[in-house]
Design a protein around this ligand. Structure first.
Ligand code: ZN
Length: 285
């Protein structure tokens, strides 16, 4: 892959080895250059084309969550609630530098998890923040809850010069993209690729090849990108997720990649689906 995927590339030391050291964490909170990424329901704080890093002392938050350290000092994420001066993460990513988009995605993923996990999944009592924001602990039953990342496989199925794409009814007219689905419990990534393709299109694939991954914090997915060779079967819609699934030729897909005016519309450039398609167009897969 030539370019890194959007929402990757945060340049900071996550300092995982210090998170359980309360004295160290207290020093980070008092650090003169402690800053915070503001994350609200409307997105992230942006200023001057960069992710806004507000001085932590100016941020009203009860639970600063440590993202890590850069050369100036610690960077936290702070829940800004329903603050109005925020930009949606997708819109922000379209303009921010790569490293800022990665840091923004990290902050959004962590804050979103805390918002949704205030109560113990085991006993229902309120939980407490631990490990600088990378754990919630239940003081009643003792359970520890770690931030979630939910794996999703996303794959291009290829047959010679053709590629299998599908569309959901809710998408803009003409949009087709890679097939995708959540990995289920007790399933390998390879098994998830084969099952999802079979469920969504009826097509049987051979062993998939891993290409790259992308955090997708809407709210907690990790997209795992594959290319899988066709083995048998012709595409037909056989579940309720897709409205259509069909083969496209390399020429059709190349034309769509070069111009947004054609009948076929590809997914937006920030999505790993688009990167997989461009990888296939550029290479020998
Ligand atoms: Zn509990």
């Amino acid at each position: 892959m030539s370019d890194p995927n959007t929402f990757t590339g945060a340049v900071l030391d996550r300092a995982g080895e210090h998170r359980t050291d309360d004295a160290w964490l207290a020093a980070q909170l008092e650090h003169p250059h402690a800053r915070a990424v503001l994350v609200g329901t409307g997105g992230v704080g942006v200023a001057g084309g960069r992710l806004r890093l507000a001085p932590l002392r100016d941020v009203a938050t009860e639970e600063p969550l440590l993202l890590g350290l850069d050369e100036e000092g610690p960077i936290f994420a702070a829940d800004a609630g329903a603050a109005a001066d925020l930009l949606g993460l997708r819109d922000a990513a379209a303009t921010l530098p790569q490293s800022d988009s990665g840091l923004a995605a990290y902050a959004v993923a962590l804050v979103s998890w805390h918002r949704r996990h205030r109560f113990c999944a085991n006993c229902g009592n309120p939980t407490e923040v631990r490990e600088a924001g990378h754990l919630r602990h239940c003081p009643v039953c003792g359970a520890d809850h770690h931030p979630r990342t939910d794996p999703v496989v996303i794959m291009l199925v290829t047959r010679g010069d053709d590629v299998l794409l599908g569309r959901q009814a809710a998408w803009p007219p003409g949009r087709y993209s890679a097939l995708a689905g959540f990995v289920e419990p007790g399933e390998s990534l390879e098994e998830a690729v084969a099952r999802e393709v079979q469920e969504e299109s009826g097509v049987v694939v051979g062993p998939p090849r891993y290409i790259s991954s992308q955090p997708w914090p809407f709210p907690a997915q990790l997209m795992l990108g594959f290319i899988a060779p066709w083995a048998s079967g012709e595409p037909e819609v056989n579940d309720h997720e897709l409205e259509d699934t069909r083969w496209f030729t390399r020429a059709e897909v190349r034309a769509a990649a070069e111009s947004d005016d054609g009948e076929l519309k590809l997914p937006p450039r920030l999505a790993i689906a688009r990167r997989l398609i461009e990888h296939w167009l550029a290479g020998s897969d």
